[in-house]
Design a binder for this molecule. Structure first.
Ligand SMILES: [Zn+2]
Length: 334
C-alpha cells in the first residue's frame, strides 16, 4: 500500500460520496459489492472504504491517517479488518477462511465500532465457500461491513449477489482518464491515449502496462493473434506461448479485442480498435457476427473458469479456444 490513507480515484467520486453519505446517515448496508472491469481500482476503493469506516476521527472525506486505527491499518495489522483472498492468484478462496470469518463476526470489535471484511475476487469462491458466506449474509452481525470485489458479478452466486448492495463501476470518460494518466506516463515514450486504447479505457490497467515487460507481452500477444488469424502460424505453438505468460491477462486482452472487433464490424468505436492490421481487414470483415458472438460467450466462460479458482489446465483451455477461433475463420472462408 503506497499511499495512506487511500483516496478514491477521480472516476470513483460518485460512488465514494454516496458511501460517505450512507455512513454519516448511519445507513451503511451490511454488504457492498464493487463490480466492474479490471483496471478501474476497485480493490483500492475497497481499501479506502475500510480505512474510512475504521478510522476513529475521519476528516471530511477520508480517514485521518493519524489515529490508533489508522496506524494499525497503515501497518496492515488492524484486528477489526479481515481480508479474504486466495492464497495465490488464480486459486480459490478457502471455505475454512470464510468459516473463520463467521466466527470472528461473533466477537466484538477491538478498536472502533466497526468490523470490516473485504473479500476479493468474489468470483473465486467455490460452492462450499459461497455457502459458508451465505450464512454470514443471512445472519448479519451488527456494525459489520462486508465488501465484495468482483470483475465478474455473474460468476458470484445469485443468492449472494442479491444480499449485497451493488456498486457498478463504469469505464471513466476518456477525457477524465487522459487527464489522470498523462502526467503518470510522461517520459515513457508512450502516450496516455495509446495505452488507454490498449486497455479499452481502463486507467489503472493502462498505467500498469508500463510496468516490467507488460507492453512487450501485450505486443507479442497481438502479433501472435494476427499471425494466427492470417494463417501464418499454428494454434498449438501460439497456445504454448500464451500459456507461459499470465493466462488471465491473455484472456482479458482477447475479450477486449473481440469486443472492439464486434464494435468495429458495425462501424462504431473505430478509433478504439487499437490492434487492427491492414492485412486483417478483409479477414475480419467476413466473420459472421453471430459466430463471433458465440465465440465471445465461449471466451467469457473460459475467463470465468480461470478466475473461479477451479484451477483448469490453462494450456488445454487456450488450445481449445484457439481451435474454435480457427473454426470460426474457416467458416468465414467457406
Ligand atoms: Zn484515523
Amino acid at each position: 500500500m503506497s499511499d495512506f490513507p487511500a483516496l478514491p480515484y477521480p472516476w470513483q467520486q460518485e460512488v465514494w460520496q454516496g458511501f460517505i453519505q450512507q455512513f454519516s446517515d448511519n445507513r451503511l448496508p451490511h454488504a457492498l459489492m464493487l463490480a466492474g472491469s479490471p483496471g478501474l481500482g476497485k480493490r483500492h476503493l475497497a481499501r479506502a472504504m475500510a480505512q474510512y469506516v475504521l478510522c476513529q476521527r475521519p476528516v471530511s472525506e477520508s480517514a485521518c491517517g493519524k489515529c490508533k486505527s489508522c496506524e494499525l491499518n497503515r501497518a496492515g495489522t488492524h484486528p477489526d479488518l479481515i481480508q479474504l483472498a486466495p492464497a495465490e492468484p488464480g486459486k480459490a478462496i478457502r471455505v475454512d477462511d470464510v468459516r473463520a470469518l463467521t466466527e470472528a463476526q461473533g466477537k466484538t470489535a477491538q478498536q472502533s465500532g466497526y468490523k470490516v471484511v473485504t473479500l476479493m475476487p468474489a468470483e473465486a469462491m467455490n460452492s462450499n465457500a459461497a455457502n459458508a458466506l451465505l450464512k454470514t449474509l443471512e445472519e448479519p452481525a451488527a456494525d459489520t461491513l462486508l465488501i465484495l470485489v468482483t470483475d465478474a458479478p455473474s460468476g458470484v452466486l445469485p443468492t449472494i449477489r442479491s444480499r449485497c448492495q451493488l456498486r457498478t463501476m463504469a469505464i471513466p470518460p476518456n477525457e477524465q482518464s487522459l487527464h489522470w494518466l498523462t502526467p503518470l506516463v510522461s517520459g515513457s515514450g508512450h502516450s496516455a491515449a495509446e495505452l488507454l486504447a490498449l486497455t479499452r479505457g481502463a486507467p489503472l490497467a493502462a498505467r500498469d502496462l508500463l510496468e516490467g515487460d507488460a507492453l512487450d507481452l501485450r505486443a507479442r500477444w497481438s502479433s501472435d493473434l494476427i499471425q494466427l488469424t492470417l494463417g501464418q502460424t499454428d494454434t498449438l505453438s501460439v497456445a504454448a506461448g500464451w500459456q507461459k505468460g499470465d493466462g488471465r491477462a491473455v484472456l482479458e486482452w482477447f475479450s477486449g479485442w473481440l469486443h472492439d472487433l464486434a464494435c468495429w464490424q458495425v462501424g462504431a468505436e473505430r478509433a478504439r480498435f487499437a490492434d487492427i492490421d491492414p492485412g486483417l481487414t478483409s479477414v475480419l470483415k467476413g466473420i459472421s457476427p453471430s459466430l463471433l458472438h458465440r465465440f465471445q460467450e465461449k471466451l467469457l466462460h473460459s475467463k470465468k473458469l480461470l478466475n473461479s479458482g477451479a484451477n483448469p489446465n490453462v494450456q488445454l483451455l487456450l488450445e481449445e479456444l484457439l481451435m474454435d477461433w480457427g473454426v470460426l475463420l474457416r467458416a468465414r472462408a467457406g
